[in-house]
Write a protein that binds this ligand. Structure first.
Ligand SMILES: O=C(O)CCC(=O)C(=O)O
Length: 312
């Protein structure tokens, strides 16, 4: 079924039809409606609120991010101050999302098989804030592979689940179908007047005329997408916060870490290494004493969701 690292999308999956798998192969994404039940989403929402309001302790390695406009606003703490939490794999409630069978079974059908060893590599709960007019709530068009030091890309997949209705008004995902067939393009910070959030890199000289699809979804709908697919999200022009939860998976039987030195990823990798060193300093380590390779950061993040870890 997986000959020489090539996926045969013409066959039926365990739960996906051959048509669904072929849609993913052609377009680089696939929407599964009603993939995660509302009661699970409510548990994740409550947990996020408990973490934000400090009613439960956040795992040590979790990153809390604030939109640059919020960082300067009256909201210093709590749910309204937090734009995103990242690396929640050590939070037992939120990590249930990554292991949720309705999600994992689709991932197995897209990048592996029922027996594949699958790792959760990157976890996020995004709480896109209402935009204050500066358009900082936008996420520039990018390719997620820009962040990853492991390959091959065809064996990596993101699951992104809407925790409420997402539409153009509150900044749904925007994807460029078939763009996953291209290469990883150079990224940089967009030159936006209102400012850009930390590590929100966008594609250099992105052609705004590229044919795009606005992925409007109901709570529980999940879009699965390839890490080279060009995507981003618009400003949230509503009064509410737009929540989504996501996990990037990699097939551990096939994927290996690669050296990104000297590539277009190097600059971003250095930024992320510097952030990790700052965090270590907060825990008492001297960053000068730490030799940190970019792949080490990902080894620490990776968690098994099916089978066992062998390579990542
Ligand atoms: O949820 C969003 O608005 C965009 C998320 C995204 O594209 C990302 O974090 O890579």
């Amino acid at each position: 079924m997986l000959a020489e690292g090539v996926i045969d999308y013409t066959r039926e999956g365990s739960i996906l039809s051959a048509e669904q798998r072929q849609f993913y192969e052609k377009n680089g994404y696939l929407i599964i409606r009603n993939c995660v039940p509302k009661y699970e989403l409510e548990r994740f929402r409550k947990r996020f609120q408990d973490i934000c309001e400090k009613r439960v302790k956040a795992p040590d390695n979790m990153t809390v991010m604030k939109d640059i406009s919020i960082a300067k606003s009256e909201f210093k703490d709590g749910e309204k101050a937090i734009t995103k939490i990242q690396d929640f794999a050590d939070d037992k409630v939120l990590f249930e999302y990554c292991k949720y069978p309705g999600v994992v079974d689709v991932v197995k059908d897209l990048i592996g098989s029922p027996k594949s060893n699958l790792m959760a590599m990157h976890t996020m709960l995004i709480n896109k804030p209402p935009d204050n007019g500066k358009l900082t709530s936008r996420h520039p068009m990018h390719q997620d592979l820009q962040y990853f030091p492991f390959r091959p890309a065809d064996f990596i997949c993101c699951a992104w689940t809407a925790m409420e209705k997402v539409n153009r008004a509150n900044g749904c995902l925007v994807v460029v179908p078939e763009s996953h067939k291209g290469a990883l393009l150079p990224h940089e910070y967009p030159k936006w007047e209102g400012g850009v959030n930390k590590v929100y890199h966008g594609i250099q000289n992105y052609d705004t005329n590229s044919p795009r699809v606005h992925v409007e979804m109901e709570a529980g709908d999940t879009v699965f997408f390839h890490p080279i697919l060009i995507h981003g999200s618009g400003a949230n022009r509503t009064e509410g916060f737009r929540k989504a939860i996501s996990c990037h998976y990699a097939n551990d039987d096939i994927c290996r870490y690669v050296n990104i030195e000297g590539t277009t990823q190097e600059h971003l990798a250095q930024e992320i290494i510097d952030m990790a060193k700052k965090r270590m300093a907060r825990y008492g380590a001297n960053p000068e004493d730490v030799q940190l390779d970019y792949s080490d950061i990902w080894r620490v993040r990776a968690r098994e969701v099916n089978g066992v870890r062998a390579n990542l």
